[in-house]
Write a protein that binds this ligand. Structure first.
Ligand code: PAF
Length: 282
């Protein structure tokens, strides 16, 4: 694997491959890699000649300084994991390399997608995500870029950005990777205490029950049921649970038969914020 910290050198390296008409698959990450990331790499390897992974903890997408400072950094382990799946290129720039001295986001209009759910609770988050994803795509110019569906709203927003800005890349959404007990894999999971880690699978268990209830009950009663479940939980605090249209991400009040819906959840275990979602049958 070749590691680059400077965009100029990376661009020069990739231009050789592009000249040979080789295709590039790109997986942007913030490091603290886990099997979910590796599954994205493996998927990308099936469809592309060269795999580029970026590791960059993007300061502009964190609404809380504390969360940014405590974001896990495990670069030695990340390098081992990337080697183990034969990743070709790692781009691991500094904050200065990406933002120079101006650590601010571009302001985006994602047609309202950015105001729902995560956007409501994490001010400016999607401007930060849009800024870094657009910057990385412009540097790397991949044919395809891969994103996990755990951050489903992020995935929809990136797809919207690619359409709006006519970026020449295909965005691929990949299924959520879970631990054996159902907890969605996340770099933040390593920050959970033992008790919080034991409690955390409750999130997906509740989502699965909500999935079943959605078949027979109305939207309001499913939401109320989930909220009550969390009210009684000693370790997990519900920030939001909502059922939304997959396309518009707007919360729904009643079901319509031709629409695709998903249930979305954000939960705090202490100060660690966990999100998850599940596709519903309409
Ligand atoms: O999903 C993530 O890890 C980040 O939001 C991303 C896409 C790498 C941008 O920093």
């Amino acid at each position: 694997m070749v590691v680059f910290t400077e965009k100029k050198a990376l661009i020069a390296y990739l231009s050789n491959f592009k000249a040979q008409k080789k295709t590039i698959g790109f997986i942007p990450t913030m490091g603290a890699l886990h099997r979910g990331h590796l599954s994205l790499i493996k998927k990308a390897q099936k469809k592309n000649d060269l795999i580029v992974v970026s590791i960059f903890v993007n300061p502009t997408q964190f609404d809380k300084k504390e969360d940014l400072l405590k974001y896990p950094k495990t670069i030695q382990n990340d390098l081992k994991l990337l080697e183990s799946v034969s990743c070709d290129v790692l781009f691991n720039p500094s904050v200065e390399e990406i933002y120079s001295n101006n650590i601010v986001s571009e302001k985006f209009d994602f047609d309202g997608l950015e105001h729902e759910m995560e956007g409501e609770f994490r001010t400016g988050h999607f401007d930060g995500v849009g800024t870094i994803v657009k910057t990385l795509i412009e540097i790397i110019e991949p044919n395809k870029a891969y994103f996990g569906q755990k951050d489903f709203q992020q995935l929809q927003i990136v797809k919207k950005m690619v359409r709006k800005y006519r970026l020449n890349v295909k965005i691929k959404g990949c299924p959520i990777f879970r631990e054996e007990d159902g907890l969605a894999m996340s770099s933040r999971n390593v920050r959970l205490t033992k008790a919080q880690r034991t409690a955390a699978p409750f999130i997906y268990k509740t989502l699965k029950k909500a999935y079943k209830k959605f078949n027979t009950e109305n939207v309001h009663s499913v939401i109320e049921w989930v909220e009550n479940k969390f009210k009684k939980h000693p370790l997990l605090n519900l920030e939001y649970f909502t059922i939304a249209d997959e396309k518009t991400l707007k919360t729904i009040k009643t079901k319509e038969s031709d629409k695709k819906y998903r249930a979305f959840i954000a939960v705090f275990a202490g100060e660690i914020r966990l999100i998850d979602n599940i596709r519903l049958k309409s």
